[in-house]
Ligand binder design. Structure first.
Ligand code: PYC
Length: 320
């Protein structure tokens, strides 16, 4: 499989350009199901060890159903499949431009949860107009086994998030191990308590917030991803969910800028417009850089040809 790697605010993306499985025709959500059912080895071979790096998000290009889109794309990580992925959409746009496949300007990408737009304003700068984002519950108490009770909101930004009002410790890189433990505890506790997103969807991302540490930023976050690792970027879908909560609380106006800082200090600049179904349409702007081009090889005799399955991301099943 021919691949191109990039990072967005420190968070890696690997785009599969060709050599992936034929998923046939139909909606991207259906083709994502076919990928999961019949070709899950492709996901693991791409993002897990020995070829992948921690936190890597894979992006499989597919023919779009909507002919106005530059491409269709299915995002995944070591734990499974994502709905949308903000940082990876930026990585995808920058990578396709690097390869000469798209020009600077606006491009539509079809994802399993809807069409998003990437406006490439330089070879590295991208503004993503995400799918409609909304909050379903506010001020939900989650009692954890090891970190007390967290109060937070539940919102959709292309994936499902629990957005904790406060963090268990300061949001600095030295505290990442504690933040991971606490966020995993919240995720397990949400599952155990049966707290879910719309239509019973699992909440597989947990986000903590704290004060910003760089001038001009509004807040810093820490985001636990479904693979049990943390997002090095401020998380495009997580920031979309955050904007939906701020909008629902009436604390951020239409068009007003919100600068979200990640645990590493990388930043997304954002704003929103009203959505059609009562939610908001977020625009998330960040920078991505290409890091490698290559081919992934699978040798039939290699016992790890399809990646190494680790248990680190089977979080909801873990018991205390
Ligand atoms: O940027 O939306 C995002 C994202 C989701 C998981 C990792 N990054």
């Amino acid at each position: 499989m021919r691949i191109i790697d990039s990072h967005t605010g420190g968070e890696p993306t690997r785009v599969i350009l060709d050599g992936g499985p034929d998923l046939g025709e139909g909606p991207l959500a259906l083709r994502r199901q076919r990928l999961a059912a019949a070709h899950d080895d492709v996901r693991l071979a791409t993002v897990s060890k020995p070829r992948g790096v921690e936190a890597l998000v894979g992006a499989l290009l597919c023919k779009p159903e909507d002919q106005t889109c530059a491409t269709g794309v299915i995002f995944f990580n070591e734990a499974g499949y994502l709905g949308m992925c903000g940082h990876a959409t930026m990585g995808l746009a920058v990578s396709l431009h690097h390869l000469g496949a798209i020009d600077l300007g606006c491009h539509r990408f079809e994802t399993p949860v809807g069409v998003v737009t990437a406006d490439l304003t330089s070879p590295h700068d991208v503004s993503v107009k995400n799918v409609e984002s909304y909050r379903v519950r506010s001020q939900v108490d989650v009692e954890t086994a090891g970190f007390g009770t967290f109060t937070g909101d539940i919102a959709w930004g292309g994936n499902w998030f629990f957005l904790g009002a406060s963090a268990p410790t300061a949001l600095v890189p030295e505290n990442i191990p504690t933040l991971l433990d606490a966020a995993r505890d919240v995720r397990r506790s949400l599952a155990r308590a049966g707290i879910r997103g719309a239509e019973g969807a699992e909440i597989d991302h947990v986000e903590f917030f704290g004060p910003a540490q760089s001038p001009g930023a509004n807040a810093r976050n820490f985001v636990l991803c479904p693979d049990g690792t943390y997002d090095r970027s401020p998380c495009g879908t997580g920031t979309s969910a955050k904007l939906a909560c701020l909008a629902a609380d009436g604390t951020l106006d239409v068009g007003e800028t919100w600068v979200q800082e990640s645990i590493l200090g990388s930043r997304f600049e954002t704003h929103y417009q009203p959505g059609r179904r009562g939610g908001i349409l977020p625009t998330i702007t960040g920078r991505a850089y290409v890091t490698a081009e290559g081919r992934l090889l699978r040798t039939p005799e290699d016992p790890f040809a399809n990646g190494i399955r680790t248990a680190s991301y089977s979080l909801p099943a873990a018991a205390h």
